[in-house]
Design a protein around this ligand. Structure first.
Ligand code: ATP
Ligand code: MG
Length: 460
């Protein structure tokens, strides 16, 4: 590096301390890569010749976190943030595919760099000792090349998560995998079956918000290796006059067209998975996918459970996908109900997903922007009215109903929902006395089909 890398003062102070005690220390990995690209590194990792217990001695007056000590890492808590300091090491044996089984301390920084996955991640820098780049990471970065350190096949066999990491770095930094690296990524993608599912999920969550449609298409075989439901979508001809793209190409465009929000990106990626099992062709040869939204939602639920996605994310994605074919009309009564059911944030996400879907058919038709603008305007109008949109806004609650003589139990919920529906439909004002009167009617009426009809006929 001709220009010294800028290292924040609190990190430099840690480096100085170790050097003063006679140890070599370097900034290493992601921070060097990011600095060379002119990006602000997210954090600064240090590697050193000091053994963990020696590092502890050097920083004995500081607060330390020793959770990673077994793997050679001591974290120093400084006023400006945590600095992780790891002893030069090699590692191996990833039988649980998550943690190395053994680490060996080594004496030189080059040996430590050799265990790292890609050349662009295998550089070190020290203000005192200069730049260490034994695998040509700087040159690869300049040429936008992703290349394994050492033999790609060996490296992916050691830890197959590197295959997805490679795709992520390529996407994030606009790198092209050189041919031996790419060939091994594709050839060995099946090894990712053995990875801990949460590790795969985590990696996909880092990749999806960054990916363009072209990225998703170039790495489609890798995505399909970890989400097999995507495999039959690649190249699948929809036999539809509305779609110029094959199913995966359409999917890639939708996924990339929604904002980089995890719920939306997952929904975009999985929204049409149900088209494969629901595909039929009519006598004219045209393709149909009756009920595919529901089928896609069920598949997405299974996929996200398998990947151990957080419940909240899974449920939101499944709900968006299940509703992605809903036809909305810019009509206040209907929109009020949808707002009551989904809340404004989720309704907006649904509209974003639908808009991306409409605009990603490859037919050159605009994505019906006007219709969506009308829907949003209508939703904004309803929201501005500050009307009651959900049970918590209702002027009566369960306690009020019990006071009226309701038996505690599920009937209270049913009655409250029916009351909410009356309010949403403007049949009853959101007024305590008016609602209590309706509730009294409910009590005296043993057949609630009338009162509940409004709820059951809600636009789903
Ligand atoms: P970012 O944190 O921005 O995602 P990073 O490069 O810092 O990127 P980390 O996962 O934090 O990535 O890992 C830090 C460094 O450790 C990497 O730069 C790489 O040198 C090395 N590394 C991490 N995971 C692996 C792995 N599975 N195989 C080999 N080396 C790895
Ligand atoms: Mg990092």
């Amino acid at each position: 590096m001709h220009e010294p890398m800028k290292i924040p003062a609190h990190v430099q102070r840690c480096m100085e301390r170790l050097e003063s005690a006679g140890f070599a220390v370097y900034a290493v990995g992601g921070c060097v890569r990011d600095a060379l690209l002119g990006l602000e590194p997210a954090d600064y990792d240090l590697c050193t010749s000091a053994r963990p217990e020696q590092t502890e001695t050097v920083f004995s007056d500081c607060r330390l976190i020793l959770a990673g000590e077994k793997h050679g890492t001591v974290a120093v808590v400084t006023e400006a943030g945590i600095v992780e300091i790891t002893t030069f090491r090699t590692e191996g044996g990833y039988s649980d595919n998550r943690h190395p089984e053994w680490v060996n301390y080594v004496s030189g920084v080059e040996d430590d760099l050799a265990r790292r996955d890609f050349t662009v991640n295998a550089m070190a820098y020290s203000p005192r000792r200069g730049f260490v780049d034994p695998f040509g990471g700087r040159e690869d970065l300049k040429n936008r090349v992703l290349r394994c350190v050492g033999c790609p096949e060996t490296r992916f066999r050691e830890d197959s998560l590197r295959i997805l990491r490679g795709a992520r770095f390529a996407v994030k930094y606009g790198l092209t995998p050189e041919s031996a690296t790419m060939d091994a990524m594709v050839a060995l993608r099946g090894l990712m079956d053995n990875l801990a599912r949460e590790r795969v999920f985590e990696e996909l969550c880092k990749l999806l918000p960054l990916a363009s449609a072209a990225d998703l298409i170039r790495f489609a075989p890798l995505l399909a290796a970890v989400i097999p439901e995507l495999a039959p979508m690649i190249g699948f001809d929809q036999h539809s006059p509305h779609h110029a793209f094959d199913l995966f190409t359409h999917t890639a465009h939708v996924c990339a067209a929604v904002p980089p929000d995890l719920t939306l990106r997952w929904a975009g990626l999985l929204h049409d998975t149900g088209k494969i099992p629901t595909f039929t062709r009519d006598e004219t040869g045209r393709g149909h996918f009756y009920g595919h939204a529901k089928e896609s939602a069920a598949l997405a639920d299974g996929i996200l459970r398998r990947l151990r996605a957080p419940t909240r994310l899974r449920e939101d994605v499944v709900e968006l996908i299940g509703l992605h074919m809903t036809k909305f009309e810019p009509e206040k009564k209907a929109i009020r109900r949808w707002l009551g059911r989904l809340g404004s944030e989720k309704l907006e996400k649904l509209l974003l997903l639908q808009q991306a879907d409409m605009g990603s058919k490859g037919t050159g038709k605009p994505g019906e922007a006007e219709q969506f603008a009308r829907l949003r305007a209508c939703a904004a109008e309803v929201e501005a009215e500050e009307t009651c949109l959900s049970l918590k806004d209702l002027a009566v609650n369960g306690g009020d109903l019990i006071a009226l003589g309701f038996t505690p139990g599920p009937e209270i919920g049913r009655c409250l929902q029916a009351l909410l529906n009356r309010v949403l439909d403007e049949r009853t004002p959101n007024d305590r006395d008016a609602l209590l009167e309706q509730a009294r009617k409910w009590l005296s009426d043993t057949d609630h089909s009338q009162s509940e009809a409004g709820f059951l006929s809600s636009a789903d």
